[in-house]
Ligand binder design. Sequence first.
Ligand SMILES: [Zn+2]
Length: 192
Amino acid sequence: MSLRVTHYGEPILRKIGTPVEIFDAQLKELADAMLETMYHADGIGLAAQQIGQALQICVLDVRPPEGANLHFDCRFDGKALPLDVIMPLALINPQVEITDPSPEVYEEGCLSFPAVNGRVTRPAGVRCRFQDLAGEPHVIEANGLLGRCILHEVDHLNGVLFIDQMDKGDLNKNASRIKQLKRASRDFLKGK
Ligand SMILES: [Zn+2]
């Protein structure tokens, strides 16, 4: 079931997610619904706040289109596994550490900000400790697009949005669109 994606201006996006404590069928259903929503919206990552729940769970799938090259390195529990084994991935209660602080700039988008894109500087490499849907602990190390996607999604789980870190010039360029989104969300919430 594809869920409604929350948009900028809805207070849920600024809420810090509470840790997941129960790893049951309901959690699996939530992760499946989040993945379906993400694929439906052509996204590569989605956090619980974006479907209206302040919980420490996000999903991602950064597999490149058929035939395209991978532009990142990834180790899962210390092993270089094929991406099809790792993805799609649900990160539950993730904790991120920076392994390579060199700044990288890349143009990001976000499903909660339709038609908004801008450059965001992030550290080049990360290590993320998390639990899977069964509650088992894992660690994923990544750089490039996957490292960035993990950082973007884990930010969501902590109420942080990509506009908070966006290049100031790009933020200005998007200012009217962002205002418009905020107004639309206010009207949507009023009508509820
Ligand atoms: Zn986002």
